[in-house]
Design a protein around this ligand. Structure first.
Ligand SMILES: Cc1cc2nc3c(=O)[nH]c(=O)nc-3n(C[C@H](O)[C@H](O)[C@H](O)COP(=O)(O)OP(=O)(O)OC[C@H]3O[C@@H](n4cnc5c(N)ncnc54)[C@H](O)[C@@H]3O)c2cc1C
Length: 379
């Protein structure tokens, strides 16, 4: 064996039915859905990092299906039917997570979600009518008469200030996304899916015995079908995907004695978000302060955004809180131009499913199922 070239090592790795490239939420849910529908499939996930390191282990853990101003904005850009379809997928995706994992496995906290709004919001004067209109359309999805309820009275009791209105959605939760990734990994492995970490795919070529997948580690794999779940990094191996990377940054404070915050919180069409994380404030966003600079796959983060988040803390949180900033990280989201998640065929037997446009916790279980159904047409 020592005389074999590295490329010849592939002959010891059997041809797979399906190779999934990328081991974040999307790759894992796709694999799980495939195995649930056809347990005899041979599936391998190739993940370039030691653990998935795009967005799935770096997000804020909001189990949300859209805040009112975000949904209104989506309706204006995508239209009512398309937006409601995506909201329905998100809502069903959250139910799917709960059907697979117990709350304690993923630290699911049914804390409720809130959106804060200020008078400069373009529809502030019509807020009640807008909420009523949204509730009418969401009733078919959430089976709740009033998904969104005005709760301006509770702003101060949450320890917040400098906002004019607050809308509550009791169906929203928070979860531990690292624990969700771990639970998914254990589940797909129990189904017999192989996950190979530290393997970065660089290209693929069709050949008589299937698709040959070439990797930076000089190991070649063969599969009947390929599914790219590479999200923001998709352009690197398939430029035609035209995914826009968007860095998201998060800071976490030290523990704050007497922190009144409970719930998950959104502001400014989702550009700011925060929650109570074990007695600390986790706050993220502010990407709209530097769209150009944040259009990157570089995970180093930036002082500009970090300082915006710190300023936001000072302006909007109880001024008696004492804290330091203990943690700061970033992850990379993938966006499409029309804000719709993408499931597409790139070539014969090569597909891609990606770009949850910043709300992948809820969307990946359902997009992963759609991707599985597409692959299963072959078998
Ligand atoms: C800071 C931040 C906060 C967020 N907060 C929330 C939130 O609260 N709620 C919510 O719903 N969503 C949130 N999101 C979005 C959510 O995390 C993503 O939509 C979701 O994780 C996308 O999953 P994915 O599997 O498609 O992508 P990723 O998790 O990025 O997975 C893609 C994987 O592909 C691998 N890969 C890439 N190229 C290759 C290659 N050539 N070969 C092998 N492997 C490769 C990468 O290493 C990566 O692990 C947030 C995102 C960020 C960045």
């Amino acid at each position: 064996m020592s005389n074999l070239s590295l490329w010849e090592q592939e002959s010891f790795y059997s041809t797979q039915d399906i190779i999934i490239i990328g081991g974040g939420f999307m790759g894992l849910w796709t694999a799980l859905n495939l195995k649930i529908k056809n347990s005899s499939l041979h599936i391998t996930i190739l993940e370039k990092n030691v653990t998935p390191l795009g967005a799935s282990t770096r997000n804020a853990g909001f189990s949300c299906f859209g805040s009112p101003t975000e949904i209104i904005n989506d309706i204006e850009t995508m239209g009512l039917e398309e937006t409601l379809e995506i909201v329905r997928m998100r809502f069903n995706g959250l139910e799917r997570i709960k059907s697979h994992f117990s709350p304690s496995q993923i630290n699911l906290d049914n804390c409720g979600g809130y959106e804060l709004i200020n008078k400069d919001y373009k529809y502030f004067d019509q807020l009640d009518e807008k909420i009523e209109w949204l509730n009418k359309h969401l009733k078919n999805i959430t089976e709740k008469e009033n998904t969104f309820v005005r709760r301006d009275d509770a702003i101060a009791e949450k320890g917040l200030m400098g906002f004019d209105a607050m809308i509550e959605n009791t169906l929203e939760s928070g979860l531990h996304s690292g624990k969700l990734v771990s639970a998914l990994i254990q589940k797909v492995q129990a189904f017999g899916v192989t996950i190979l970490n530290g393997i970065e795919v660089s290209s693929w070529v069709r050949s008589l015995d299937g698709m040959h997948v070439y990797t930076k580690q000089q190991i070649r794999f063969t599969a009947n079908q390929l599914m790219l779940c590479t999200n923001a990094f998709g352009n690197e191996i398939a430029p035609q995907l035209n995914i826009t990377p968007a860095r998201g940054q998060v800071i976490v404070t030290s523990e704050i004695p007497g922190l009144k915050l409970s719930g998950t919180f959104h502001f400014d069409e989702g550009f700011y978000y925060w929650r109570n994380l074990d007695g600390r404030i986790l706050i993220g966003g502010a990407r709209n302060a530097d769209f150009e600079g944040e259009r990157t796959t570089n995970v180093s983060g930036s002082e500009l955004i970090k300082n915006k988040l710190i300023d936001f803390l000072k302006k909007h949180f109880d001024s008696t809180y004492e804290y330091t900033i203990e943690n700061h990280w970033s992850g990379i989201m993938g966006f499409t131009e029309n804000k719709k998640p993408l499931l597409t065929q790139l070539d014969d037997n090569v597909y891609a499913v990606l770009a949850c446009n910043g709300m992948g916790v809820a969307l990946t279980p359902i997009m992963g199922e759609k991707a599985a159904d597409m692959l299963l047409l072959y078998f």
